[in-house]
Design a protein around this ligand. Structure first.
Ligand SMILES: [Zn+2]
Length: 279
């Protein structure tokens, strides 16, 4: 059991007809909860963080130390991934810190700029024997569903993008959003099928939180091997904090950890089981 390349875990998942949960992490409590859930389910897991998450806790290296500790502590197979890297400096920082995968997100740029930057990120990742994710099309949304507009992935462009960049997995925009959905979630599964027909790489679904289970099942069947979860895990964390508040005393503030971790374990376990239901 060890830190693994993310694409290796995803290829294995595809063979089993399942997807792996990629859970956002921001502190040791949340990393421990995710690790415990993965151990209980005996399923590999992906830890991922943006610079917004790892910077406040001491940087990419601090996060990598915590993740490596809990991988050993709970004897799990896992990847550690930079989610939505903003620039090549962040990619470099995370690779040096020991991340086993990186994403350079240039999805709001032109096809040419996205391809050029993603190819550079892939080259850097491969020099560290790490894998690289890129996004083509754009998964929009943000807090409360506000933020950038989504742009669906074009299957023919995906084929060319993969050939030119040498990335190891591709995030596709097929109707999911970051944050909560504003209305009824509608996934373009026909578009996903057309992309999967052109691209043999394992595919990534961003904005997994709040997506109806039956749509996720179908997306997994069509080629999604990694489902990103942020909002659902954040909500579990906040619910755990609410629960913990009533139990805090000045002499035992550490009681805070138990209900928060329990809430995180329960939500992570539920999602891991959902993503492997088709097995
Ligand atoms: Zn995302």
């Amino acid at each position: 059991m060890a830190l693994c390349r993310m694409d290796d875990l995803m290829i294995q998942a595809r063979k089993q007809g399942i997807a792996l949960g990629a859970f956002e992490c921001w502190d040791s409590l949340n990393i421990q909860g995710i690790a415990q859930a993965a151990a209980k389910c005996k399923t590999p897991v992906i830890f991922q963080a943006t610079a917004m998450e790892y910077t406040p806790i001491g940087g990419a290296e601090a996060l990598a130390c915590m993740v490596n500790f809990y991988i050993k502590r709970y004897d799990i197979d896992a990847a550690l991934h930079l989610d939505h890297g903003n620039n090549l400096e962040q990619v470099d920082e995370c690779l040096k810190a020991g991340f086993s995968s990186v994403m350079l997100d240039a999805s709001i740029m032109s096809f040419e700029d996205n391809a050029r930057l993603s190819a550079e990120a892939a080259k850097m990742a491969h020099a560290y024997n790490a894998s690289c994710e890129a996004e083509l099309g754009h998964v929009g949304g943000g807090d409360g569903g506000e933020g950038t507009e989504s742009v669906l992935t074009v299957p023919e462009e995906a084929e060319e993008f993969v050939r030119r960049t040498n990335v190891d997995c591709l995030a596709v925009a097929i109707g999911t959003v970051h944050g909560d959905y504003k209305g009824k979630p509608e996934l373009r599964l026909d578009r996903l099928a057309a992309i999967a027909d052109k691209v043999s790489l394992p595919l990534v679904l961003h904005g997994g939180s709040g997506t109806p289970p039956e749509l996720l099942q179908e997306a997994i069947r069509l080629g999604i091997a990694k489902i990103n979860i942020y909002t659902d895990i954040n909500k579990a964390f906040l619910a755990g904090i609410e629960d913990a508040r009533s139990r805090l005393t000045p002499s035992l503030a550490g009681n805070f950890y138990v209900p928060v971790r329990e809430a995180l374990i329960a939500k992570t376990e539920e999602l891991i089981k959902l993503f492997r239901r088709g097995q």
